[in-house]
Design a protein. Structure first.
Lengths: 148, 79, 148, 79
């Protein structure tokens, strides 16, 4: 591996806890130029597929490319929107139904920028980041998830 | 030149391995690589995948002319 | 006061804490038909106006009408969007710069519904709910805030 | 009929009171009520406000024909 400057790391092992989200929100209370935050959370659904219930998703990624893509998407968002802060976290590994696997957090002076940017980030992540998910059923069988 | 191949997600179930190296004597575009892979793993024909060269998605007319990392990427499912 | 069925209460005294938000998120982890949450947070800005810095906003409301409006906006959103859950909290009383005064939380099976609904709610609240805010400067002088 | 008037936000600074009751012998539309208030509180003329009757915003041609709660609402600032 080279020692070039690494982009900020997005991937975390395991689910994203509500406490982590609270801590992240709390860190922004000193930034008194912020007027609006928008937070998107992706939560694993217990979908029923052909009579079987999804109990969780096991996430893997082509990690180096994915972190690079996250970095590019962050840069594009900072370019496009007038943001004070931006944070993205995505889970890897097995995440149970009901747990949170994606946390996108944008902050701006005004609401429209925060909301537009959050939506942009979520759509870019879904479309362009090489993350893969195995939907595991209660009987341990599985199928590969595809984003719609 | 050496092609350092990485298979991701459901593609690994077709190839049985997640990494392998292929030595290629000639330049090759990604269309050619797809044909090579389909011969090596006939079940790949029914899989949908994109190809990244050195961690960037490239189209089928992209020419591989030097040693590089090539990733075979099934549909994304992030978020 | 009549004893007719009251709409769910939106107003809370004082700022909305990150912990309250975490608790609210945590309560949704048993709802495994949810795939996407969107959260909007309004935070009080320390704006500089004519050389003076806003240190906080003191919120008041025409409470009965406001709670009724919140109720109508909630009903309209449930009608318009396919939502699993929706929560709205708005602060009353003095809120310091950096603290959170509005918490809008929508949950749905898919992301577009959660995001569209959250935005709808925020715009409706800003435009149609009789809430008033006194921007208090550091020297205790003040001016009345108007939504843009 | 009795008009139960409520003044909110910055309007209170003009009226000096947040509640008062006015007895009116005649029906009156909100335009008439605005004139009555402007006479009572001349500084109100420079204020922008909406009027809610029994907690619903009404336009200036709305006719007050019975005892009701009337709120004088300056621009909103929620969120």
């Amino acid at each position: 591996m080279e020692t070039k400057k690494k982009p900020k790391k997005v991937f975390v092992q395991g689910a994203i806890s509500p406490e982590k989200i609270a801590t992240s929100i709390g860190h922004h209370q000193v930034k008194t130029n912020i007027g609006a935050h928008d937070i998107f959370l992706g939560q694993v659904r217990a979908d029923e597929i052909d009579g079987k219930i999804v109990q969780g998703i096991d996430y893997t990624a082509y990690e180096d490319m994915a972190e690079q893509k996250f970095h590019e998407i962050r840069e594009a968002a900072f370019e496009k929107f007038d943001l004070t802060c931006m944070h993205i976290y995505h889970s890897l590994g097995p995440i149970k139904a009901g747990e949170i696997c994606l946390f996108v957090f944008t902050s701006s002076k005004h609401r429209a920028m925060a909301m537009d940017a959050c939506r942009f980030l979520v759509e870019e992540i879904k479309a362009n980041v090489p993350v893969f998910g195995k939907e595991i059923f209660e009987d341990e069988s599985y199928q590969w998830k595809v984003n719609s | 030149m050496m092609l350092d191949l990485k298979y991701l997600g459901r593609i690994v179930e077709v190839t049985g391995v997640s990494n392998e190296q292929i030595e290629s004597a000639n330049k090759m575009d990604l269309k050619g690589l797809r044909e090579l892979l389909n011969q090596r793993y006939p079940n790949l024909k029914s899989e949908s995948f994109q190809i990244a060269v050195n961690q960037e998605l490239k189209s089928d007319d992209y020419l591989i002319d030097r040693t590089c990392e090539i990733a075979i990427l099934p549909p994304f499912a992030g978020g």
